[in-house]
Design a protein around this ligand. Structure first.
Ligand code: 2HG
Ligand code: ZN
Length: 457
């Protein structure tokens, strides 16, 4: 095994002083955002160019050292922190942002560009970017591509893969693949961007992406509707998807989550009464969509109360009730996070059953349910569990499998779910995944401890 000294010297040959060995600085790279996953590393390498990334991968390959690529460290499944003493490869210094190609409606962004920067650059050119997430001020382009990030606007614009026109990345062999020409129609072989997107740093290190932009929608209205049951809220969601082409987001949260957010963040409920279920909807258009939204919501059955916001400040306030769930839940201690998708027709039944299923295993735990129900994605968060006690995870993910859902909607598999991949993927699919991994990363340098289940020794 190579000594730390040799490793650091070889890495310094590639990136100079951008090899961090100070334990205090390293600490901010080794623990995930939730504090559930805590690793350690001898070094964090911070290359400043694609060539340097290739050099780092090549050195690690030669020395038999494994890497964890990391962007904004906003992942929630432990896939970007060194839980097995990997070297951390931070891509945050890859900060090239080309001018927006206003004719194509595209932009090329380096892996270290933060989502909110990308959104601002797009909007300064009269365009928008189709993906939005609560962690927009930290999540990076590279991380979002590597995990195929979803978020609140998937309903209208699709996930990150749907925005990806081209990609530059370093394979596990150290070779650079670059296809950033921006051609929308380009049937010239395997679609490597689509393969690498969502591969969680196991096949390649994303260094830049060519991204599709969307027309900017200057007029927005947000409403939160209250219901008695999840099933009524989901019926309303289907109705709104059918009747409102400008529908951009359709998010669910429940009374316990709203009350937790209010008490942790210091907000007051926008409603006069306490209602069991809430649906936040956002419409965005070239002209004011408020009347269309009002007409659609007036035609809905079972709405108990509605609050509406058209100005930016009040709109953000309404969004905060939903987006602050993650922070509010984290204030109770590191939660277990189970991000799943269900067939929409079964989602209400699942949401109704999960708290009892959790309570049967862990009576003192608390279950929090919220998510992007317009596309079937629900975030099951469970607080009050030991970080290593995965009995609840197992039970909930098995339920998801039985309901015909997916054990990861948008957060990925990481380390947290790798042993349950078989609940969503067949043996043959997993064998194909392994074959792809071997061919793009033959020495297993890139994030070898995530996504694919550990192989029997
Ligand atoms: C969100 O939708 C994020 O806010 C985080 O995907 C979800 O905290 C979570 O479980
Ligand atoms: Zn989410």
């Amino acid at each position: 095994m190579v000594s730390n000294r040799v490793l650091v010297d070889r890495l310094r040959d590639v990136v100079g002083q951008q090899v961090v060995v100070d334990p205090e600085v390293i600490a901010s790279y080794t623990t995930d955002w939730t504090r559930r996953f805590e690793g350690r590393s001898v070094a964090v390498v911070r290359p400043g160019s694609t060539e340097e990334v290739a050099g780092v991968v090549t050195v690690c390959r030669e020395l038999g050292v494994v890497l964890v690529p990391q962007g904004g460290n906003t992942g929630l499944v432990g896939g970007g922190v060194p839980l097995n003493d990997e070297v951390v490869l931070s891509l945050r210094r890859l900060r090239t942002l080309d001018p927006v190609d206003a004719i194509a409606g595209q932009v090329t962004a380096g892996a270290g560009i933060v989502l909110s920067e990308l959104q601002r650059a797009a909007s300064a050119s009269g365009w928008g970017y189709g993906v939005d997430l609560a962690s927009r001020d930290s999540a990076t382009v590279g991380g979002m591509v590597a995990t195929n990030a979803g978020g609140t606007h998937v309903l209208r614009y699709g996930d990150t893969r749907a925005q990806l026109i081209g990609l530059e990345a370093v394979l596990g062999t150290g070779s650079v693949i670059s296809h950033l020409g921006g051609l929308v129609k380009d049937n010239t072989g395997y679609h490597l961007p689509g393969l690498i997107c969502g591969s969680e740093g196991t096949l390649a290190v994303v260094t830049a992406a060519r991204l599709r932009l969307i027309p900017s929608m200057p007029c927005r209205t947000v409403a939160v509707l209250a219901f008695m049951t999840v099933s009524e809220a989901l019926d309303a969601s289907a109705m709104l998807r059918r009747s409102l082409p400008a529908l951009e987001a359709c998010e669910l949260f429940l009374l316990p989550g709203l009350e937790l957010v209010c008490s942790v963040v210091g907000m007051v409920s926008p409603f006069s009464g306490r209602h069991p279920v809430y649906l936040l909807v956002e419409v965005a258009d070239h002209a004011d969509p408020t009347d269309a939204l009002a007409e659609a919501t007036n035609s809905l059955d079972h709405v108990i109360e509605v609050v509406v916001a058209t100005d930016p400040g009040p709109r953000s306030e309404l969004w905060r009730y939903r987006e602050a769930h993650t922070d509010a839940i984290n204030s109770l201690g590191p939660p277990h996070k189970l991000d799943v998708t269900l067939p929409l027709g079964l989602l209400a039944e699942f949401v109704d059953q999960v708290p009892d299923a959790v309570a049967a295993i862990a009576p003192a735990a608390r279950t929090w349910l919220f998510g992007h129900v317009g596309d079937g994605n629900i975030h099951v968060n469970v607080s009050g569990l030991d970080p290593d006690d995965d009995r609840v995870d197992e039970e909930v993910l098995r339920m998801v499998g039985d309901f015909g859902g997916s054990i990861s909607a948008e957060h990925g598999i990481g380390v947290a779910k790798r042993r349950w991949l078989h609940l969503s993927r067949t043996e043959d699919e997993i064998a194909a995944f392994r074959a792809i991994k071997r061919s793009l990363d033959p020495n297993g340098v890139l994030n070898p401890n995530v996504l694919l289940p550990a192989e029997e020794p």
